[in-house]
Ligand binder design. Sequence first.
Ligand code: ADP
Ligand code: ZN
Ligand code: MG
Length: 495
Amino acid sequence: MYGSATYRVALSGSGMEYEPVIGLEVHCQLLTDSKIFCGCSTRFGAPANTNVCPVCLGMPGTLPVLNRRAVEYALRAALALGCRIEPVSIFARKNYFYPDLPKGYQISMYDRPLAVQGHLDVEAKGETKHVGITRVHMEEDAGKLLHEGFPDSDRASHVDYNRSGVPLIEIVSEPDMRSPEEAHAYYSALRTILVYIGVTDGNMEEGSLRCDANVSLRPRGQSGFGTKAELKNLNSFKFVQHALEYEIRRQTDLLVRGERVTQETRLYDPAEDRTSPMRSKEEAHDYRYFPEPDLLPLQVNEEWIGEVRRWLPELPAARRRRFVAEYGLPEQDAALLTSDRALADYYEAAARAARNAKAAANWVMTEILRKVKEDKIDVDRVPLPPVRLAALIRLVDDGAISGKIAKEVFETIYATGKDPADVVREQGLSQVTDEGAIREAIENVIAQNQSQYAQYKAGKTALLGFFVGQVLKATGGKASPSLVNRLLKERLDRP
Ligand code: ADP
Ligand code: ZN
Ligand code: MG
């Protein structure tokens, strides 16, 4: 309905340009083995209602016990996002009724969150954008309504409480983003960091990461904010961007027509690529928040913070900068190699053992990533240890095999796990550096290509490449190309 053409016409008609203002609220499921307030398993995909107990089913008389591991993961995330950890934070009850919420309230944090004032720097459109993070707080997940797949699904919905009580953190950004692209870049950088530090599997299809996007418009140049809409059901990066694009067009249309944007929650429909009203925006007081009487205030001392901080790995952005400085990689290669922690680890191990950072980067980015894609495996499942790849690179650098043969050896060592030097020996793939053998091949090639030889002698020296190719072919790709080049030139240029 709101095509981009309409958007442009409307804009030029009004003579006013609007700027989008976007803030994201991201829910992230923590990778703990057990739930946040009970010992039930958090495993995804278990038969419905098998990972439940009286606590996460909200039975009367049960008491929540805070999972220390969940706090540790939340702290890890907050520290990675540069937040200040509050010495005391308080769990609160957020009261509402919904069939997926057996207690009638969700235990969350309200006015005393775990951490505040962080930030994340993201790259969008070639620029670095600083996005403020308002807060990181902990809460429990709700159950899941099942509307399909049962004989009575036309009349009833079923509910699975396995997810009830799974630990979450909510990461609330400042309204600092100004385009759907920036929102996309922020969300994607956030996912990378959270997966990097091992607090989530980042699986958006399974709901491990969920995002609500808030967006409003304001006349460009104005400093105050307009009325926002909150968009839900954005379970992929693409949906976040598309929903925002649609919503910006919709709000622009309203404003251009002199109408107002209503503060509301809207649902994105990916099939229709549009948003529609879900409910009017609820206010905090609607939830009757009050401190959870069954849990003590959460106290995090400096010692605990220090422990978690020491554990934190080098984060993707710092690692990317280091790869550029230490290994001399182009920015783009460094970004690709650090986009996944296992990939970056693999690369570094290979680069160090090979003592050739550039070659290692090329092998990892082309051959290893090709295998990962073809075999649909994670990098930490790659059967070829990085030191083996490094040994292969050394064989090329030492002149033992040509680059072309190295690709063949790669396939063999990847499939068999053999040592590359053994493969070279067993299959007789050593580079021919014996000048006599190469000279012999050159004579044969010249004898078989008399007309090209005559043309070369008549001045068509560009034919050198042709001869190099023929000689390499004659030696089964095993002759050292630089040696072939030199010997051929000597022979062809001989008067
Ligand atoms: P609410 O009171 O509706 O929950 P908050 O102030 O808590 O709103 O903010 C929720 C999210 O909405 C945050 O990510 C914030 O950055 C974003 N946000 C707040 N105001 C606006 C606005 N006018 N336009 C776009 N996003 C906004
Ligand atoms: Zn339980
Ligand atoms: Mg709020």
